[in-house]
Design a protein around this ligand. Sequence first.
Ligand code: DMJ
Length: 378
Amino acid sequence: SNGTEMNIRFVGGLLSAYYLSGKEVFRRKAIELGEKLLPAFKTPTGIPWALLNLKSGIGRNWPWASGGSSILAEYGTLHLEFMHLSKLSGNPAFAEKVMNIRKVLNRLDKPQGLYPNYLNPNSGQWGQHHVSVGGLGDSFYEYLLKAWLMSDKTDEEGKKLYYEALQAIETSLIRKSSGGLTYIAEWKGGLLEHKMGHLTCFAGGMIALGADGAPEDKTGHQMEQASEIARTCHESYARTTLKLGPEAFRFDGGVEAIATRQNEKYFILRPEVIETYMYMWRFTHDPKYREWGWEAVQALEKHCRVEGGYSGVRDVYASSPNHDDVQQSFYLAETLKYLYLLFSDDDHLPLEHWVFNTEAHPLPVIRKEMTDKPSQLE
Ligand code: DMJ
């Protein structure tokens, strides 16, 4: 199994189920599953393997990943769930594992302050110097910010690492097209690829969520950046026939926010653009975010609704949808949940009390003074 998907989907889901219901069975199962993941950390550096055989406890990495590397967005997307596992089990091992990952990262040189997507778990050295706020990188950055927020703002290291990483991203990856659209490019050994993934669109919401705590009076600037990214991602939907966004869109060769390669034109019910609308709505109450969300609802109903549920589509520029016949699990966990929250009142899962893991499973802020009693949560 993919250890990080086990964590964000199943451990995260069980933790949320526990905190929302108070039922002991969910706490127990979350811990049981967390314990099954611990053998993945048996590497010379403690950077976990990507893949784990849950029966044998034998780990390995993706055969395609640069020189046997582990992936930033995988080993970097365990922190929130593992902090809760230690709190609920009384077993410090979970927290130790994720704090060690930070320690390894802190010791490494970062090219231009950026975190490469690949890190070798044996040598503790970076693999290829590819940097992304989309696939392979994305939720690492998200979890730095959310680690700080979920700790009731006591995790000062998480805070510092997040704002420093965001600064490096702004300097090296964020660009504005000639048509005035702000986008986040991909970085390959110092060269920019002027492509933005649908996955990268979550960054609008992340930057908005972090803006309030930004250092040096950067709050306004970061909110502006977040709203510009939301606008760009909305354009990637608006410039298609089906009004659903492509997997990746480009800003080169005279195009802006459009997929140019056939294998980047698909839409698989991903949540990131709606996730950003939801955060932008919560922080600004600008009605355009609900309007944009409603456009997506209508397109989903029109082009993705099928007899057995909802399906992805192969080409968002086609005149009619060609279904891929898959309803990804994140459609229910994230896309529909964020739509629901976009049209709910702010006191429904308020952001001061809840942090959403990267699969949109809500986890409570661990209060400085709080004990383990879920009944204390409102
Ligand atoms: C989900 O598993 C999570 O949102 C993850 O962080 C990125 N990819 C999918 C949704 O697109």
